[in-house]
Structures are given as C-alpha cells and as structure tokens.
Design a protein around this ligand. Structure first.
Ligand code: PRP
Length: 212
C-alpha cells in the first residue's frame, strides 16, 4: 500500500497557486476544489493528502512532522526559524520586508527608535545588526496605523505593491530582505522518503522555472 505524503498548504491565494502547480504535476486532489469546509483533502490513488492551514501555522505542522512538506513564505521562515529543510524557492508570493515610515519623518540617532511590527524577530535581528537601540512594539495587524497615530516612529512590514503604504502616506525607508514562497520539508520525513519528496520538489521546480 502506498504511503501518504502530507502537504501543508497555506490558506489563500498563495496556497491556491501552489496547489495549481501541484495539480498540473500530477498531485491532484479534485475534492480540494469542491468548496467544502473540510480541512483535509485526500487522493488515495496518488497518495497525497493536503491540509489547509493559516500561513503562519504551516511551519508548525512541518517542523513537528504532522505534515511531511509545506509551503511557507520566507518571512515566516525568518521569523520563526523552524528546524526544517528549505528545498526550493518557488519564485511566487514575491514581496519585500521593509522599514517604512511617514514621508516627512527623519531618523534621530540620539533617540531610541520605536518600531511597530508583527515580525519581532526579523526586526530585532535587523536593528541589532545595525547597532541601533529600538523599542519593539508587537502588533497583530493594521501595522501601518502605528506611525500615523504616534504609537511608533516606523514599522517593519511586508510591502508587495506598495499600495497600502501609499494610501496611508507612508514610504519605504529601508529594505531588509526580499521575500518569496519556499517549499519546505520535515527533516525526518526527508530522510525516510527522500525520493518522493525530491520528486515533488522537482515537479514544482519545473512549474516554477518561469517564475524567477
Ligand atoms: C500585508 C502587509 C501590508 C500589505 C502590503 O498585509 O501587512 O499591510 O500586505 O501589501 P501592498 O504593498 O500590496 O499594499 P496582508 O494583506 O497580508 O494582511 P495582514 O496584515 O493580515 O497580514
């Protein structure tokens, strides 16, 4: 009997795009398109099982081995630093992790910089690398509001089109790191099922060739 490969897919547009790529490569699972509220979708014939989870949770399922492989943004990998293998840059979900602030704001090195973000680890590492003292303010959403109402001086957040910054009179001050989606694997799964996981990675790599 064929053993399942479990794939943690991030819910939303990125997950949909990656599923399309896998479907074209033969890892199809028609039930996933049924609009059902189920969270697990299986295709026994192919031996693939998909979990749909919140993008930030993908790394938890993969790191602890509940899923053999998964798709996670580089932002999530840098922030949570999970003990997984990063096997492929999918070249989609591209954006930039940036420091942003009001257009008229100028940095004053004499003062502690107040930084609002969801990405506290990335932010702490980045400013520590610059030798800059910061007051780190962890938020969970609507980060762009913080400098507008004086909660912080700047923010660290993802910029994709730049529309959110523009509409809130903010601008990019510094770029920290480019981001894209990565194919990741649980370390033990990769050790025991190398050929199957590499086959999936290679199929995605063929689909990805035009994305880079
Ligand atoms: C992200 C990010 C920005 C926005 C940037 O939020 O936090 O707010 O996208 O995109 P843009 O440059 O194209 O305007 P997201 O929509 O992922 O929601 P979230 O705040 O819940 O993470």
């Amino acid at each position: 009997m064929k053993k399942w490969i479990s794939v943690a897919l991030p819910k939303g547009r990125l997950g949909d795009q990656v599923y399309d790529m896998l479907e074209r490569s033969g890892y199809d699972c028609p039930e996933i398109r049924s609009g059902s509220r189920k969270l697990i979708f299986e295709n026994e014939e192919v031996g693939v099982r998909y979990f749909e989870v919140k993008p930030t949770d993908v790394v938890k399922y993969v790191e602890r081995g509940s899923a053999d492989v998964g798709i996670a943004g580089k932002d999530i990998l840098l922030e949570y630093d999970p003990d997984v293998y990063e096997l492929l840059d999918l070249g989609i979900g591209k954006c930039r992790m940036c420091v942003a602030g009001p257009k008229d704001w100028e940095d004053d090195n004499e003062r502690t910089l107040r930084v609002a973000t969801k990405f506290t680890r990335i932010t702490a590492v980045y400013f520590a690398g610059k030798g800059r003292d910061i007051d780190l303010i962890k938020l969970h959403g609507s980060i762009e509001l913080a400098p507008i109402v004086g909660l912080s001086d700047v923010i660290v957040d993802i910029v994709e089109t730049g529309k959110t910054l523009k509409e809130n009179d903010l601008e990019v001050k510094e770029e920290i790191v480019p981001i894209s989606a990565r194919f990741i694997a649980n370390k033990a799964s990769f050790q025991f099922r190398t050929a199957e996981i590499e086959a999936m990675r290679d199929a995605l790599a063929r689909e990805t060739a035009g994305n880079k």
